[in-house]
Write a protein that binds this ligand. Structure first.
Ligand code: GLN
Length: 498
């Protein structure tokens, strides 16, 4: 058998090749840059930092040559969603309003990955300000699903998923406010995890809905996600909601067997909760079939399936689409033409400058959310909408705690269908409804993961969602890893991809 091409290596494999001297960071980085160039039609990158990446790669090779003890990510090319601010590279949040903006500092997540030696090759397309689930809301064009370039890759971290699925880089960062890591991971056949709210610092992550936003890794498999998450996590005093939680050794614990596990039954003793509300009307037959097959596979690996109920699943849609726009309307008020990015060329007084700058700078979906958010927070409507949504949000979180009395992880679909064609959805409400299975964990602040679980209609990927209790990312990664030892869905590459 011939050796796999450099772009087919997982992070763990590429790391082993660096350690054994089979390849260099510069070779990996040059290969990634050439591949990004060759696949420019996918629309994945908003900025490519050729010089910065090559000099970081050479520095990594020099550290290795000097015999320094290096972490597993040292010298590996990655890329960041363009929602993280980066010192040496532009940051736009895929919005025109940030055209020309350059941050004076790195986001904590970016700084941590840099400190771990990872080589950032550039910034990835996404939905404007992470608002959307298709990448169609980017001001800089769509990103295309490598499984079928006429289809969406999902969103908002759409290009973070494209870059991994098309094997442009081994891993990327994403953010998830209501599903934006899990849903694009599912639609492109890769693995992604949104950790518990508070696990990764939000410092330098351009805010959409601050009580929901979380960073997380997107990669080919659970092991690579663990490698990245390990480096991204940890308390940060510059984020007021960052949690004082020790970061466990996720990478090491993937290999540690569960108590009572055997080689054939690595998941013996694991109770997997199956919420009936995740298997009802609206889920397409192909997604149901792949999800059920994945559950059966977990059972074969020794897990026990238990029925649980998340009775307010449907309500998570109105609750999220009140709370997230409310927070967004406040967060986005800082983009007014004074400090950051775009300013209208012609205006009368100051108010006119704000008005024109914002009218020109924001896209239609962002404007819609600012208007919804301003409305639900306004005097006379606050109690009817925002306050009610906050109360229901707490009840949704309580429902999860009731479910976790009977199970260790919860499993179900990520998205109700496989990736749809670009341009095929013009009704925003219908688009919001498709977030039904990712919103509940976001509202509760729980960790959630998407694991490749099969191919549905048109041969397109389907993801299995795993949801854990607070700080139980380890249980998700371990379950996903065991599943991936027994299945090869995560190894399927898009057909026709050169
Ligand atoms: N699709 C959801 C939305 O449009 C989630 C986005 C996200 O998680 N950033 O808000």
């Amino acid at each position: 058998m011939s050796a796999p091409a450099l772009h087919d290596l997982t992070l763990a494999q590429a790391s082993a090749q660096l350690a054994s001297g089979q390849t260099t960071s510069e070779a990996l980085t040059r290969h990634a840059l050439a591949r990004i160039d060759a696949h420019a039609h996918l629309g994945a990158f908003l900025h490519i930092d050729t010089d910065g990446a090559l000099s970081a790669a050479r520095a990594a090779d020099a550290r290795r040559a000097a015999g320094q003890a290096l972490g597993a990510l040292d010298g590996l090319p990655i890329a960041h969603k363009d929602i993280f601010v980066t010192q040496g590279q532009p940051t736009t949040a895929a919005s025109k309003i940030l055209t020309g903006y350059q941050s004076p500092f790195d986001a904590t997540v970016v700084a941590k990955l840099k400190a771990a030696g990872a080589v950032s090759v550039g910034k990835l397309n996404c939905d404007e300000f992470a608002m959307g689930g298709s990448n169609e809301n980017s001001a800089y064009g769509v990103a295309r699903n490598p499984w079928d370039t006429q289809r969406i890759p999902g969103g908002s971290s759409g290009a973070s998923a494209v870059a991994v699925a098309a094997r442009l880089v081994g891993a990327t960062t994403g953010t998830d406010t209501g599903g934006s890591i899990r849903q694009p991971a599912a639609l492109t056949g890769i693995t992604g995890i949104k950790p518990t709210y508070g696990r990764c610092s939000r410092y330098g992550m351009i805010a959409f809905a601050s009580s929901l936003d979380q960073a997380g890794p997107m990669a080919r498999n659970a092991e690579d996600c663990a490698l990245l998450l390990q480096a991204m996590s940890g308390f940060d005093e510059r984020d007021a909601t960052s949690a004082q939680q020790a970061v466990p050794d996720w990478v090491g614990s993937l290999k540690a067997p569960r108590a009572g596990a055997t080689a054939a039954q690595p998941l013996a003793g694991l109770r997997v909760g199956v919420p009936k509300e995740f298997f009802g009307a609206g889920v397409s037959a192909d997604v149901l079939e792949a999800t059920r097959a994945a559950l059966a596979q977990l059972q074969q690996l020794g897990a026990t399936l238990v029925d649980v109920s998340l009775p307010r699943t449907e309500l998570s849609i109105p609750v999220y689409y009140i709370i997230a726009p409310a927070e967004a309307s406040s967060n986005l008020s800082r983009f007014d033409g004074v400090k950051f990015g775009h300013r209208a060329k012609q205006y009368g007084d100051l108010a006119d400058m704000y008005r024109k700058t914002r009218a020109e700078g924001f896209g239609p979906e962002v404007k819609r959310r600012i208007m919804i958010g301003t409305y639900v927070l306004s005097h006379g409507y606050y109690d009817a909408y925002y306050l009610q949504a906050q109360k229901l949000r707490r009840m949704i979180a309580d429902d999860f705690q009731a479910a976790f009395k009977a199970c260790d992880v919860i499993a179900g679909p990520v998205a109700p269908t496989v990736a749809r064609p670009i341009g095929s959805q013009t009704d925003p409400v219908a688009e919001y409804l498709a977030d039904i299975f990712t919103l509940p964990a976001s509202l509760a602040g729980l960790p959630g993961m998407s694991v490749p679980a099969g191919l549905g209609d048109h041969g397109l990927p389907v993801g299995l969602q795993l949801i854990g209790n607070y700080w139980q990312e380890g249980a998700l990664l371990h379950t996903a890893h065991a599943f991936q030892q027994a299945t090869d869905w995560h190894q399927r590459a898009p057909q026709g991809l050169s």
